[in-house]
Design a protein around this ligand. Structure first.
Ligand code: ATR
Length: 281
């Protein structure tokens, strides 16, 4: 890669950032589209986040992604934040607009919806109730996107009941909180099941859930992508469900960011998946 003096630069801020797959992902698209640009990892400690964000316009950068632990705190540093990100309560993408105006948004929910639409084309948000496992940051993005897409019912199941109740109260209809102990029965009549917790991830405990009550046409998706096929997805696939793994959400959330910085609408292709997967442990 050779940059000219006119190159467009963006990156990702995280702490740590070394685990981030985003440089690999955006780097692939930059090369494929022969763009005079670069996407670099920025290791930014929480106490330096404000300095780092303010440096974006000062350095003439196009923008940046945010990853753990900056997604919530960066929101207050923006000049404007779109409605979806405001509801989610976190941003994952900053675009430096003309005049150095910092615009924040959250593309995680978009990535989730696009991934499910790609992986399970027969599903749509009005197909029936959705069961969401977890009530953390990822669940917020998933729930907002499902709510915006018109899901008729969202059953929120979380180990800590209060957290699910708080989220259901904050987001309102069609969210309802379901006790953790009732999670098997909550699958009855559902059209989509989403695991937003880290359960099932390599090194984490398994998600203990019986799919007995889940209708056979229901789609099962996991936001975990390491391993690519979690026990939940393997069991669901064996039962004949359409399954969608967590890699698509990661890939699709990056598309609007790439477009806003580098001007091209990039494609999620098998070659991109293979390239990113090479770096997944
Ligand atoms: P993220 O931003 O990735 O969603 P988070 O905000 O830490 O991360 O949320 C993690 C989610 O996984 C929570 O819903 C958490 O449940 P609690 O609210 O009860 O903590 C869930 N989770 C993590 N470990 C879990 C476990 N061992 N059993 C059940 N749920 C678990």
């Amino acid at each position: 890669m050779t940059l000219t003096g006119a190159a467009t630069i963006a990156g990702v801020m995280g702490w740590p950032v070394s685990h981030s797959l985003s440089p690999r992902l955006h780097g692939f698209w930059l090369e494929q589209n022969k763009i005079d640009g670069a996407y670099v990892p920025f290791a930014v400690s929480p106490d330096r986040l404000a300095d780092a964000v303010r440096a974006l316009p000062a350095l003439g950068l196009a923008g940046a992604n945010l990853t753990i632990p900056h997604k919530e705190t960066a929101m207050a540093l923006m000049d404007k934040v779109d409605e979806t990100a405001r509801r989610i309560g976190a941003i994952n993408c900053i675009t430096v607009n003309p005049g150095g105006v910092l615009a924040g948004r959250n593309t995680d929910g978009f990535g989730f919806m696009e991934s499910v639409r790609e992986g399970a084309p027969g599903w749509n948000a009005s197909a029936g109730p959705v069961v969401v496992i977890g009530a953390g940051g990822a669940a917020r993005a998933v729930c907002v996107s499902l709510q915006e897409a018109g899901a008729p019912e969202i059953r929120l199941v979380n180990r800590t009941a209060q957290r699910a109740a708080d989220l259901a109260a904050e987001f309102g209809a069609p969210l309802t909180a379901v006790p953790w102990l009732d999670r098997d029965a909550a699958l009855e009549g559902a059209a989509l099941l989403v695991n937003t917790t880290s359960l099932g991830m390599a090194g984490q405990p398994a998600l203990e859930l019986s799919l007995e009550a889940l209708p056979s046409q229901a789609v099962v998706t996991d936001i975990v992508y390491a391993p690519l096929e979690t026990d939940l997805l393997r069991i669901a696939r064996d039962r004949g469900h359409s399954v969608v793994n967590g890699l698509g959400m990661l890939l699709h959330q990056a598309r609007p960011a790439f477009k806003s910085w580098f001007g091209e609408d990039p494609a999620v292709t098998p070659a991109l998946r293979a390239h990113v997967l090479e770096a997944v442990p």
